[in-house]
Design a protein around this ligand. Structure first.
Ligand code: UDP
Ligand code: MG
Length: 319
């Protein structure tokens, strides 16, 4: 599909990564040179490093390195905005033909970038890095992470299994992605929304070499919850279903209470007059909440103002 040699941008969000950066920069620059030498990417290719409000020497290192090397672009955010926003800031700054996003800790083997570019050259707009094995993750991390993908699927959210934020985007895929104006960024979900021909590259995820994870359990849970609430109205729909089910249950119970009250002697005085309104009001309330939820989910879809389509190909259109 592509005949000219494309320019590549690699976007790396960095938060307190001073221990990792020397190695990351050396690896990325060597990879860039090797790919240029092989004629896969052109000389205009660059590495974008986004300092996400780090408190250590991350910015000092980036600033100095970028001053001495025109292949590096250093970007400093005004404060810590979180991984997804830092990544997005980098994506919005690139102008190259293709953009690859990767973490600073090299847990996702950068050698795969070359395979991703090969997939791009075959005509794919999006190439997902997929973890084939999680040997280096703890059992807990693997179990929760994989369970999460299954849960999201059940809620109707289209995610690529075991894919995080290591991916390649063509210029048109990235431009389409930038049309999404939402504040709660969950990029791996949005990229699926964007569409276009896609492919995957499988790799084994390594352990972090230096520094520590910037995603403690609390942040991980809040990110997982953000993914659900930014993409699915299933929890709201569950209220409606619950309301209907409790409506049926209450109705049966009400019949039972009436039978006990009028056809047996075992009803204590006051029992039916307390229980009947309780059952009735309880299920009516749940049903009403469900109805509000249904409207809320429509408002939720509307305020997102997501683009309704992206044209992938068009044949014989008159100007
Ligand atoms: N990161 C960031 N801002 C944050 C937290 C993390 O830019 O607030 C970056 C971090 O420097 C790394 C990437 O996001 O490049 C992924 O973080 P990490 O490797 O700590 O996450 P994990 O691999 O443990 O899930
Ligand atoms: Mg990591």
């Amino acid at each position: 599909m592509t005949t000219h040699i494309p320019s590549l941008a690699v976007v790396i969000p960095c938060y307190n990564e001073e221990e990792m950066l020397p190695k990351t920069l050396a690896t990325m620059l060597a990879l860039r040179d090797a790919m240029i030498a092989k004629g896969k990417i052109n000389q205009d290719s660059k590495i974008y490093l986004v300092d996400d409000g780090s408190k250590d020497k991350t910015w000092k290192i980036l600033n100095e390195e970028a001053a001495n090397n025109s292949a590096l672009v250093a970007i400093k955010l005004s404060r810590n905005k979180g991984h997804q926003n830092a990544l997005y800031a980098g994506l919005c700054t690139t102008t190259e033909d293709i953009t690859v996003s990767i973490d600073a800790d090299l847990q996702d083997d950068p050698q795969n970038i070359e395979l991703m570019v090969d997939e791009y050259l075959k005509g794919h707009d999006v190439v997902y890095g997929v973890r084939s094995a999680r040997h280096t993750d703890t059992f807990f991390k693997r179990f929760t992470a994989e369970g999460y993908y299954h849960l999201m699927k059940k809620m109707g959210v289209d995610l690529v299994f075991n894919h995080a934020d290591f991916r390649l985007l063509s210029r048109r895929a990235l431009d389409s992605l930038k049309q999404y104006g939402e504040a709660n960024l969950f990029l791996r979900g949005l990229v699926r929304e964007v569409g276009y021909p896609s492919s995957t590259v499988e790799y084994e995820r390594q352990a972090r070499e230096a520094g520590e994870s910037k995603y403690p359990l609390k942040k991980m849970l809040s990110f997982a919850w953000k993914g659900i609430t930014a993409f699915s109205t299933a929890p709201l729909r569950m209220i409606t279903v619950l309301g209907i089910l409790s409506g049926f249950a209450s109705f049966s119970l009400i019949v039972w209470v009436l039978i006990v009250r009028f056809f047996t002697d075992s009803a204590t005085p006051g029992w039916a007059s307390v229980l009947l309104p309780l059952l009735f009001i309880g299920s009516v309330q749940l049903l009403c909440l469900g109805i509000i939820g249904e409207y809320l989910s429509k408002i939720y879809e509307e305020v997102k103002k997501r683009p309704k389509f992206h044209i992938s190909d068009i044949v014989n259109k008159k100007d």
